[in-house]
Design a protein around this ligand. Structure first.
Ligand code: MCA
Ligand code: AMP
Length: 525
């Protein structure tokens, strides 16, 4: 099967080949300024598969690092990797070298596909990595002339497909491995629940190294023949202006938007800075959407209500998910089921239970908090090369322990997320941050920090902000600007503290553990 133009017969590709018989647009690549049909996509993916394979039949689960801007190139690299039997490891394009290097090394990447817009970074990344098969691609390499629809061949759906790095309560990020079967379960359930169809067009502004951007926004669209309009990154002014163009019909109408609460907060901020006439036009532009979704962090009620007011009545659909499980809970599509403060009910095929501290199953009780546990085809396979970490996150009877507390409320028993069980996990702007990882960097960055504790402090825009409390070596001082400059070279920018306090000593309990709750008042204004 190496020499002929072919794709495996997994539902995503099977569907795409069907849409390739029409002239439907798969990707509108805003950076390149071009649209690509499903026929272009399946053809380009099958071509790149051949290049990746060279004279082999199957990459047999080897990891393929991908560093591509959001757009057609990204999708082709991901699909070609899958088609060649590889596991895609998408890197965050805005991460510093150290974080990207960590992902490449940790995932034991053997092939690397980089886009030429990141040429310098690719060269730095692959320096000293002997035996790595590197492809550096230009935009014109993705130009498709006379595309044909590839043949198809069978593939085992239980093959690993994707590694996404996610922070935990211990140590550095771990690579969550999902299979084709997991991805299929995660995407197909959302296609039905959120009523995706081939006439949809999603405005995609999410990063493409998370389940949110990859599965909910990208894969769901391509699963059902919709169009993905891919933008490089979120910019509030650009988003409002694109929506106005859609509404005024100077650009295609958009039907779906998905994001984190911080993005809606930033859109509101921008809206408030506009003249009343422009505000009216922005509000009207929201009418083109049939669905706007919020998730990855809890949606504060004032934000939900303000959004409803300024968006011509859009009620954000809130859902709950996690890198390891995709989406588990979702409010219903019908407006009456989008009950404020809840994340709805389990999606079809997702098994959910709540366990209290004594190990009692409290799922059928009302207003009794419990640890949220999940089972189903949507659950990931393992943490890459970390059997012990994988084992720890599952109960003996095979339920995945999310680390989130939840309870059921109202007569209907909708689920409400109460927050993380561990204070050491922070969510800022939808990004998960391990306090321990940041503490470790603080203590090893040569700034004279003797002791450090990192906490998440509540923030109306970011959900939480990363805040550091430090004890300095005698005679040493530290300011926030210096700290941020030093850490930004080592950590993703959202992990870098935006608040800093220096204290003489950290409060600790009898076991010598910092009592972090006691630090929160330090940041009250
Ligand atoms: C950027 N900054 C941040 C964050 N992002 N600070 C705290 N938390 C953040 N998340 C800082 C930068 O360091 C920079 O600081 C300044 O903000 C401006 O950076 P910029 O990149 O321009 O910010 P932005 O473009 O406005 O980004 C904010 C964002 C982005 C759009 C909210 O963080 C984002 O796309 N978040 C969504 C991530 C997501 O999809 N998460 C899902 C994962 P300075 O100016 O000092 O340099 S969870 C998941 O996948 C599960 C399955 C789920 O449930 O969805
Ligand atoms: P991540 O591990 O980055 O995939 O983020 C998953 C985490 O985000 C979950 O474990 C929750 O803590 C949080 N999360 C996701 N969706 C919601 C939501 N709708 N409400 C509250 N928290 C959420």
């Amino acid at each position: 099967m190496t020499s002929c133009l072919a794709l495996p017969d997994i539902p995503l590709f099977k569907n795409a080949c069907k849409f390739a018989e029409t002239d439907a647009t798969a990707v509108d690549d805003v950076r390149v300024g071009k649209t690509y049909s499903y026929r272009d996509l399946v053809y380009a993916a099958a071509k790149l598969r051949q290049q990746l394979l060279r004279d082999r039949c199957d990459l047999k689960g080897e990891r393929v690092g991908v560093l591509c801007p959001s757009g057609f190139a990204y999708v082709v690299c991901q699909w070609a990797t899958w088609a060649a039997g590889g596991v895609a490891v998408p890197l965050c394009t805005s991460h510093p070298l150290a974080e990207q290097q960590y992902a490449v090394e940790e995932a034991q990447v053997t092939h690397f596909i980089g886009h030429s817009v990141f040429k310098d970074r690719v060269q730095e990344l692959v320096k000293g990595t002997d035996g790595l098969d590197i492809m550096l691609l230009e935009d014109q390499d993705f130009n498709v002339e006379k595309p044909v629809i590839p043949e198809r061949f069978p593939m085992d759906m239980d093959k690993p497909a994707l590694i996404i790095f996610t922070s935990g309560t211990t140590g550095k990020p771990k690579g969550a491995v999902t299979t084709h079967s997991t991805i299929d379960a995660q995407a197909s359930v959302l296609v039905d629940a959120w009523r995706w169809s081939s006439s949809d067009r999603i405005h995609h502004i999410l990063p493409l190294h998370h389940v949110h951007g990859i599965i909910n926004a990208l894969t769901c669209a391509l699963y059902c023949g919709a169009t993905v309009e891919m933008h490089q990154k979120f910019d509030a002014a650009q988003v409002w202006s694109r929506w106005q163009e859609g509404y005024q019909k100077t650009a295609p109408l958009l039907t779906l938007f998905m994001s984190v609460p911080t993005v809606y907060a930033k859109l509101i901020q921008h809206y408030k800075s506009l003249e009343p006439k422009d505000q009216q036009s922005c509000s009207a532009s929201c009418q083109q959407f049939r669905l706007m979704v919020s998730g990855s962090a809890s949606l504060p009620t004032p934000l939900r209500e303000t959004w409803r007011k300024i968006s011509s009545g859009q009620v954000l659909l809130e859902r709950y998910g996690m890198t390891e499980i995709g989406m588990a809970l979702s409010q219903g599509y019908d407006l009456g089921e989008r009950v404020e403060g809840t994340v709805g009910m389990p999606l079809p095929g997702v098994h959910v239970r709540l366990m209290d501290e004594s190990g009692q199953n409290v799922t059928d009780s009302r207003e009794v908090p419990g640890m949220l546990q999940i089972k189903g085809r949507n659950v990931f396979k393992e943490y890459w090369q970390r059997p012990e970490a994988t084992r720890k996150e599952f109960t003996d009877d095979g339920w995945f322990i999310t680390g989130d507390m939840a309870m059921r409320v109202s007569e209907k028993g909708y689920y409400q997320i109460l927050g993380r069980a561990s204070i050491d996990i922070i969510k800022s702007g939808g990004e998960k941050v391990s306090a321990l990882e940041v503490e470790r960097e603080l203590l090893s960055c040569d700034l004279g920090i003797h002791d450090a504790a990192v906490v998440g402090i509540p923030d109306p825009e970011w959900g939480q902000r990363v805040a550091a409390v430090v004890v300095m070596d005698t005679g040493k001082k530290l300011d926030l600007v210096t700290l941020r400059n030093v850490l930004k070279a080592r950590l993703a920018s959202y992990k870098v503290p935006t608040r800093l306090k220096t204290v003489a000593e950290l409060p600790k309990n009898a076991m010598g553990k910092v009592t972090k709750n006691g630090l929160l008042p330090l940041f009250e204004e």
